[in-house]
Design a protein around this ligand. Structure first.
Ligand SMILES: *Cc1c(COP(=O)(O)O)cnc(C)c1O
Length: 391
């Protein structure tokens, strides 16, 4: 028996374990001192009641022969795919429900999509990057090249024709930087992908945090994207579904590569290795897309975005440079005094009890930057902001 040697090439998940280790050490040395945790990458607000009520109603349906549901439709229930298509339509985007595949989340889809692509492909990743894109590419044995985010480009790297790529990952609004591509910038990526005959994997997990009406919510707002991009999204950040699990991927039938239909390949892959998202969860997910569901989830999104505003204001008061936080729940700050990411992380932790996430953990281009998440409580954010403003 031989193992997948590429799986052994993964680096240990140094970032989050090292952050946790340093926080534990801080707490052991400073008993009673409050930890202000801005390193959290998970939502904290409970699910809206209309969503959990719908789960209960769906669970009740499962206990009666007349309304019981066994295996569901292969791409997900039609009522949910229609609700997702209608959601796109509200943003003026035409997506056929037949091109939507319901799943148990974006991370799973990002990993599973690797089944469709040959190992002999070059993957272009932004740097800094959401670690899932990198790790899944390495596990699949692909070559990886990077496009650096910098202070100058606002952490929105743009295509470079001297770099060839077959698969391009874009995340906008971005984790970890909170930066968001404009429509014109995405149009440049689409044009580049077409010149390269490359596929864009567009991660829109934070689109519901966009405030600026000019910013695009979907790659399909760009003409031509339907022939070079697929889009991954999830209810994790939109509706607090990180522990519930429901996402979707749009694979247009217009996507043809290497003489094959990616839609047909993904359909076959899902039918072979997945038996569907829980019926109960799909009912709850459909509720999210109703008018009352959207009002309820946007209350929590507004709460997180107010946290981001408070953090951003504090940094502005202290004269510290940052990006993000305006259309995304992450604030990406430049460490003062040219400190490196870990040195500044330690300084904030030991001086104020504030825990961020060192930017360098997301890639070399994150050196000298720190990520704050706005997923904490208002109380924590206000205490941390008071320290940050007068540091
Ligand atoms: C949180 C997050 C997701 C969502 O992942 P799920 O598996 O749906 O919970 C996707 N992409 C990015 C960049 C994220 O930060």
């Amino acid at each position: 028996m031989k193992v997948n040697h590429h799986a052994l090439e993964l680096e240990q998940n140094y970032l989050f374990s090292e952050v946790a280790k340093r926080i534990r050490a801080f707490q052991a040395e400073n008993t009673g001192k409050e930890l202000l945790k801005l390193s959290i990458g998970d939502v904290t607000r409970p699910l809206a009641k209309i969503i959990t009520d719908e789960m209960k109603a769906a669970a009740e349906d499962m206990s009666h022969a007349e309304t019981f549901h066994g295996y569901g439709a292969e791409q997900g229930e039609a009522f949910l795919r229609d609700a997702v298509a209608a959601y796109y339509k509200k943003h003026g985007i035409e997506i056929d429900a037949a091109d939507i595949f319901i799943s148990d989340g974006a991370k799973c889809d990002l990993g599973n999509l690797c089944d469709l692509f040959d190992a002999d492909n070059t993957v272009l990743l932004p740097n800094p990057v959401y670690p899932v894109y990198y790790d899944t590419s390495i596990m699949a044995g692909r070559r990886v090249v990077f496009s650096a985010g910098t202070k100058e480009n606002g952490f929105l790297p743009m295509p470079d024709d001297s770099v060839s790529a077959d698969i391009i990952y874009l995340c906008s609004p971005n984790n970890p930087t909170g930066a968001v591509y404009s429509r014109e910038q995405l149009a440049e990526w689409v044009a580049y992908a077409k010149r390269q005959n490359a596929l864009i994997l567009f991660d829109a997990a934070y689109e519901s945090y966009i405030r600026d009406p000019k910013l695009p919510h979907s790659i399909y707002e760009i003409p031509g994207a339907e022939t070079c991009a697929l889009e991954i999204n999830s209810l994790s950040k939109m509706a607090g579904f990180t522990g519930v699990r429901c996402g979707w991927t749009v694979v247009p039938r217009t996507l043809q590569f290497d003489g094959a239909s990616l839609h047909d390949m993904w359909f076959r892959r899902m039918a072979t290795k997945y038996n569907g998202t829980s019926y109960i969860i799909q009912r709850a997910a459909a509720k999210v897309f109703t008018d009352e569901g959207q009002i309820a989830v946007h209350k929590d999104i507004d709460y997180y975005m107010e946290n981001a505003r408070i953090l951003k204001d504090a940094l502005n008061q202290a004269g510290i440079n940052s990006v993000g936080g305006e259309n995304a729940p992450y604030v990406w700050m430049e460490c003062p005094d040219n400190a490196d990411s870990w040195a500044y992380f330690d300084r904030l932790l030991h001086t104020y009890g504030i825990a961020g996430t060192p930017g360098v953990g997301f890639g070399t281009a994150g050196q000298g930057w720190l990520r704050f998440s706005s997923f904490g409580t208002r109380e924590t954010v206000e205490k941390a902001a008071a320290f940050l403003a007068k540091q």
